[in-house]
Design a protein around this ligand. Structure first.
Ligand code: ATP
Ligand code: MG
Length: 230
Protein backbone atom coordinates (compact mmCIF):
# COMPACT_ATOMS: atom_id res chain seq x y z
CA UNK A 1 0.00 0.00 0.00
CA UNK A 2 0.96 3.60 -0.66
CA UNK A 3 1.99 5.76 2.29
CA UNK A 4 3.01 9.40 2.42
CA UNK A 5 6.20 9.64 4.46
CA UNK A 6 7.26 13.26 4.17
CA UNK A 7 6.72 14.00 0.52
CA UNK A 8 9.89 13.18 -1.41
CA UNK A 9 9.15 13.79 -5.11
CA UNK A 10 10.81 12.10 -8.05
CA UNK A 11 10.21 12.38 -11.79
CA UNK A 12 11.97 9.44 -13.43
CA UNK A 13 12.40 9.82 -17.22
CA UNK A 14 8.90 11.19 -17.63
CA UNK A 15 7.58 11.84 -21.14
CA UNK A 16 4.19 13.26 -21.97
CA UNK A 17 2.39 14.72 -24.96
CA UNK A 18 -1.07 16.30 -25.25
CA UNK A 19 -1.49 15.47 -28.94
CA UNK A 20 0.52 12.27 -29.24
CA UNK A 21 3.13 14.09 -31.34
CA UNK A 22 4.97 16.93 -29.61
CA UNK A 23 6.51 16.04 -26.26
CA UNK A 24 5.70 18.60 -23.58
CA UNK A 25 7.65 16.57 -21.02
CA UNK A 26 10.65 14.95 -22.66
CA UNK A 27 12.50 12.33 -20.65
CA UNK A 28 12.21 14.62 -17.65
CA UNK A 29 13.99 13.71 -14.43
CA UNK A 30 14.42 15.52 -11.13
CA UNK A 31 13.96 14.89 -7.44
CA UNK A 32 13.07 16.86 -4.36
CA UNK A 33 13.61 15.83 -0.76
CA UNK A 34 10.92 16.26 1.94
CA UNK A 35 10.38 19.90 2.87
CA UNK A 36 12.35 21.29 -0.06
CA UNK A 37 11.13 24.17 -2.17
CA UNK A 38 11.83 23.57 -5.84
CA UNK A 39 11.40 26.49 -8.21
CA UNK A 40 10.60 25.87 -11.87
CA UNK A 41 11.61 28.63 -14.25
CA UNK A 42 11.48 28.80 -18.03
CA UNK A 43 9.87 30.50 -20.98
CA UNK A 44 6.17 30.47 -21.72
CA UNK A 45 5.12 27.14 -23.22
CA UNK A 46 8.21 25.30 -21.94
CA UNK A 47 6.05 22.83 -19.97
CA UNK A 48 6.13 24.13 -16.39
CA UNK A 49 2.40 23.96 -15.64
CA UNK A 50 2.27 20.53 -17.26
CA UNK A 51 4.77 19.26 -14.67
CA UNK A 52 2.41 20.35 -11.86
CA UNK A 53 -0.55 18.78 -13.67
CA UNK A 54 1.31 15.48 -14.06
CA UNK A 55 2.18 15.44 -10.36
CA UNK A 56 -1.45 16.18 -9.42
CA UNK A 57 -2.40 13.35 -11.79
CA UNK A 58 -4.58 15.32 -14.17
CA UNK A 59 -2.64 13.27 -16.72
CA UNK A 60 -0.53 10.12 -16.65
CA UNK A 61 2.96 10.04 -18.14
CA UNK A 62 3.29 8.14 -21.41
CA UNK A 63 6.71 6.95 -20.34
CA UNK A 64 8.59 7.00 -17.08
CA UNK A 65 7.31 7.19 -13.53
CA UNK A 66 6.39 9.78 -10.94
CA UNK A 67 7.30 8.68 -7.43
CA UNK A 68 6.38 10.04 -4.04
CA UNK A 69 8.39 8.71 -1.14
CA UNK A 70 9.74 6.09 -3.52
CA UNK A 71 6.33 4.78 -4.58
CA UNK A 72 4.70 5.05 -8.01
CA UNK A 73 1.80 7.51 -7.66
CA UNK A 74 -0.38 5.26 -9.81
CA UNK A 75 -0.47 2.77 -6.94
CA UNK A 76 -2.72 5.00 -4.89
CA UNK A 77 -6.46 5.62 -5.27
CA UNK A 78 -6.99 9.11 -6.66
CA UNK A 79 -9.21 10.51 -3.91
CA UNK A 80 -6.88 9.56 -1.08
CA UNK A 81 -3.87 10.69 -3.10
CA UNK A 82 -5.19 14.19 -3.72
CA UNK A 83 -5.87 14.77 -0.02
CA UNK A 84 -2.11 14.97 0.41
CA UNK A 85 -1.48 17.50 -2.33
CA UNK A 86 -2.65 21.09 -2.51
CA UNK A 87 -2.53 22.89 -5.83
CA UNK A 88 -2.73 26.64 -6.33
CA UNK A 89 -3.22 27.05 -10.08
CA UNK A 90 -2.85 30.27 -12.04
CA UNK A 91 -6.61 30.22 -12.65
CA UNK A 92 -8.28 28.54 -9.67
CA UNK A 93 -11.57 26.73 -10.18
CA UNK A 94 -14.47 28.18 -8.23
CA UNK A 95 -18.13 27.26 -8.00
CA UNK A 96 -21.32 29.25 -8.05
CA UNK A 97 -21.68 28.94 -4.28
CA UNK A 98 -20.84 31.03 -1.24
CA UNK A 99 -17.32 32.24 -0.47
CA UNK A 100 -17.38 30.01 2.60
CA UNK A 101 -18.20 26.88 0.59
CA UNK A 102 -15.60 27.79 -2.00
CA UNK A 103 -12.81 28.18 0.54
CA UNK A 104 -13.79 24.94 2.25
CA UNK A 105 -13.79 22.99 -1.02
CA UNK A 106 -13.24 20.02 -1.29
CA UNK A 107 -15.33 19.52 1.89
CA UNK A 108 -12.43 19.96 4.26
CA UNK A 109 -13.34 19.28 7.87
CA UNK A 110 -12.82 22.72 9.38
CA UNK A 111 -14.69 25.34 11.37
CA UNK A 112 -15.89 28.71 10.09
CA UNK A 113 -13.30 30.33 12.39
CA UNK A 114 -10.53 28.41 10.64
CA UNK A 115 -11.85 29.62 7.29
CA UNK A 116 -11.74 33.21 8.55
CA UNK A 117 -8.18 32.75 9.82
CA UNK A 118 -7.07 31.30 6.47
CA UNK A 119 -8.70 34.16 4.55
CA UNK A 120 -7.00 36.72 6.80
CA UNK A 121 -3.65 35.04 6.22
CA UNK A 122 -4.28 35.01 2.49
CA UNK A 123 -5.16 38.74 2.51
CA UNK A 124 -8.71 38.07 1.35
CA UNK A 125 -10.74 38.72 4.50
CA UNK A 126 -11.02 42.50 4.05
CA UNK A 127 -12.34 42.04 0.52
CA UNK A 128 -14.94 39.53 1.76
CA UNK A 129 -16.05 42.02 4.41
CA UNK A 130 -16.96 44.49 1.66
CA UNK A 131 -19.68 42.09 0.40
CA UNK A 132 -23.23 42.57 1.69
CA UNK A 133 -23.43 38.96 2.87
CA UNK A 134 -19.77 38.55 3.85
CA UNK A 135 -18.73 34.89 3.80
CA UNK A 136 -22.25 33.93 2.70
CA UNK A 137 -21.98 36.06 -0.46
CA UNK A 138 -22.54 34.03 -3.61
CA UNK A 139 -19.36 34.19 -5.64
CA UNK A 140 -21.13 34.32 -9.04
CA UNK A 141 -20.61 32.40 -12.24
CA UNK A 142 -16.92 31.53 -12.51
CA UNK A 143 -16.12 33.78 -9.57
CA UNK A 144 -16.72 37.01 -11.45
CA UNK A 145 -17.05 38.98 -8.20
CA UNK A 146 -13.35 38.41 -7.54
CA UNK A 147 -10.35 39.63 -9.52
CA UNK A 148 -7.65 37.26 -10.78
CA UNK A 149 -5.44 38.09 -7.81
CA UNK A 150 -8.31 37.60 -5.37
CA UNK A 151 -9.18 34.24 -6.90
CA UNK A 152 -5.61 33.10 -6.40
CA UNK A 153 -5.72 34.28 -2.79
CA UNK A 154 -8.88 32.20 -2.39
CA UNK A 155 -6.88 29.22 -3.63
CA UNK A 156 -4.15 30.02 -1.08
CA UNK A 157 -6.73 30.08 1.74
CA UNK A 158 -8.10 26.77 0.44
CA UNK A 159 -4.63 25.22 0.42
CA UNK A 160 -4.01 26.41 3.97
CA UNK A 161 -7.04 24.51 5.22
CA UNK A 162 -6.06 21.33 3.40
CA UNK A 163 -2.94 20.64 5.50
CA UNK A 164 -1.32 18.75 2.62
CA UNK A 165 2.19 17.26 2.52
CA UNK A 166 2.97 18.59 -0.93
CA UNK A 167 2.21 22.03 -2.30
CA UNK A 168 2.02 22.88 -6.00
CA UNK A 169 2.02 26.59 -6.73
CA UNK A 170 1.69 28.28 -10.11
CA UNK A 171 2.75 31.72 -9.02
CA UNK A 172 0.53 34.61 -10.11
CA UNK A 173 1.92 37.06 -12.60
CA UNK A 174 -0.86 39.56 -11.95
CA UNK A 175 0.42 42.48 -9.94
CA UNK A 176 -1.08 43.53 -6.64
CA UNK A 177 -0.10 46.48 -4.46
CA UNK A 178 3.13 46.02 -2.55
CA UNK A 179 1.54 45.72 0.91
CA UNK A 180 -0.83 42.95 -0.23
CA UNK A 181 2.08 41.32 -2.04
CA UNK A 182 4.16 41.25 1.15
CA UNK A 183 1.21 39.87 3.09
CA UNK A 184 0.70 37.07 0.55
CA UNK A 185 4.41 36.21 0.43
CA UNK A 186 4.48 35.89 4.23
CA UNK A 187 1.40 33.62 4.15
CA UNK A 188 2.82 31.52 1.36
CA UNK A 189 6.10 31.07 3.21
CA UNK A 190 4.15 29.86 6.26
CA UNK A 191 2.10 27.59 4.03
CA UNK A 192 5.22 26.08 2.42
CA UNK A 193 7.02 25.46 5.72
CA UNK A 194 7.54 21.74 6.25
CA UNK A 195 5.92 20.85 2.92
CA UNK A 196 7.66 19.79 -0.24
CA UNK A 197 6.81 22.64 -2.58
CA UNK A 198 6.99 22.78 -6.34
CA UNK A 199 6.59 26.38 -7.41
CA UNK A 200 6.50 27.91 -10.87
CA UNK A 201 8.37 31.05 -10.02
CA UNK A 202 7.91 34.44 -11.62
CA UNK A 203 9.31 36.49 -8.76
CA UNK A 204 12.95 36.87 -7.90
CA UNK A 205 12.12 36.62 -4.17
CA UNK A 206 10.62 33.16 -4.72
CA UNK A 207 13.72 32.03 -6.62
CA UNK A 208 15.98 33.37 -3.86
CA UNK A 209 14.07 31.34 -1.25
CA UNK A 210 14.13 28.08 -3.22
CA UNK A 211 16.39 25.18 -2.22
CA UNK A 212 16.64 24.07 -5.81
CA UNK A 213 16.00 25.78 -9.14
CA UNK A 214 15.16 23.85 -12.30
CA UNK A 215 15.39 25.63 -15.64
CA UNK A 216 12.83 24.07 -18.01
CA UNK A 217 13.13 24.26 -21.78
CA UNK A 218 11.09 22.17 -24.26
CA UNK A 219 9.97 19.81 -21.52
CA UNK A 220 13.45 19.12 -20.22
CA UNK A 221 15.57 20.25 -17.28
CA UNK A 222 18.39 22.12 -19.00
CA UNK A 223 20.01 23.50 -15.86
CA UNK A 224 19.61 22.97 -12.14
CA UNK A 225 21.14 24.21 -8.94
CA UNK A 226 20.80 26.89 -6.33
CA UNK A 227 20.47 30.59 -7.01
CA UNK A 228 24.15 31.08 -6.15
CA UNK A 229 25.33 28.44 -8.63
CA UNK A 230 23.08 29.59 -11.49
P1 ATP B 1 3.42 29.53 -19.21
O1 ATP B 1 4.68 30.10 -18.63
O2 ATP B 1 2.91 30.37 -20.33
O3 ATP B 1 2.37 29.26 -18.18
P2 ATP B 1 4.16 26.71 -19.28
O4 ATP B 1 5.62 26.53 -19.21
O5 ATP B 1 3.39 26.54 -18.02
O6 ATP B 1 3.83 28.13 -19.92
P3 ATP B 1 2.47 24.58 -20.27
O7 ATP B 1 1.17 25.15 -19.86
O8 ATP B 1 2.99 23.42 -19.50
O9 ATP B 1 3.61 25.70 -20.37
O10 ATP B 1 2.32 24.17 -21.79
C1 ATP B 1 3.35 23.54 -22.51
C2 ATP B 1 2.87 23.28 -23.93
O11 ATP B 1 1.77 22.40 -23.93
C3 ATP B 1 2.40 24.55 -24.65
O12 ATP B 1 2.86 24.50 -25.96
C4 ATP B 1 0.89 24.46 -24.59
O13 ATP B 1 0.32 25.07 -25.70
C5 ATP B 1 0.65 22.98 -24.57
N1 ATP B 1 -0.57 22.66 -23.78
C6 ATP B 1 -0.78 22.99 -22.49
N2 ATP B 1 -1.97 22.52 -22.05
C7 ATP B 1 -2.52 21.88 -23.10
C8 ATP B 1 -3.74 21.17 -23.29
N3 ATP B 1 -4.62 21.03 -22.30
N4 ATP B 1 -3.96 20.63 -24.51
C9 ATP B 1 -3.07 20.76 -25.51
N5 ATP B 1 -1.89 21.41 -25.39
C10 ATP B 1 -1.62 21.96 -24.22
MG1 MG C 1 2.03 27.76 -17.00
Amino acid sequence: TFTFLGGAIEFENVSFSYDGKRKVADNLSFRGTPGQTIALVGQTGSGKSTILKLLFRFYDPEQGRILIDGQDVRQMAMEGFRKHIAIIPQTPVVFNASILENVKYPDVDCTDEEVTEACKAAALHDKIMTFTFGYQEQIGERGTKLSGGELQRLAIARAMLKRADILLLDEATSSVDSITEKHIQTSLRKLCAGKTTLVIAHRLSTILHADQILVIRDGQVVESGTHKVL
